[in-house]
Design a protein around this ligand. Structure first.
Ligand code: SF4
Ligand code: SF4
Length: 55
């Protein structure tokens, strides 16, 4: 299951730095391209606001 970013995101970009497939993009909140995400969990581990969930 890919990850998804909720509106708890504070846009600090920690997840972008660790994503091995560069599938996270900035916006009003950060967004994961679920077609590209390989479900490694790296982003979830570093998110300071627990904004990344499995869907
Ligand atoms: S689970 Fe892995 S591949 Fe998917 S968005 Fe997070 S860091 Fe990137
Ligand atoms: S690490 Fe969490 S709070 Fe930071 S940009 Fe990514 S989803 Fe948002």
């Amino acid at each position: 299951m890919p990850r998804r970013i909720t509106d708890a995101c504070t846009c600090d970009a920690s997840c972008v730095e660790v994503c091995p497939v560069d599938c996270i993009s900035p916006g009003d909140i950060y967004v994961i391209d679920e077609d590209v995400c390989i479900d490694c969990g790296a982003c979830e581990a570093v998110c300071p606001s627990d904004a990344i969930i499995e869907v």
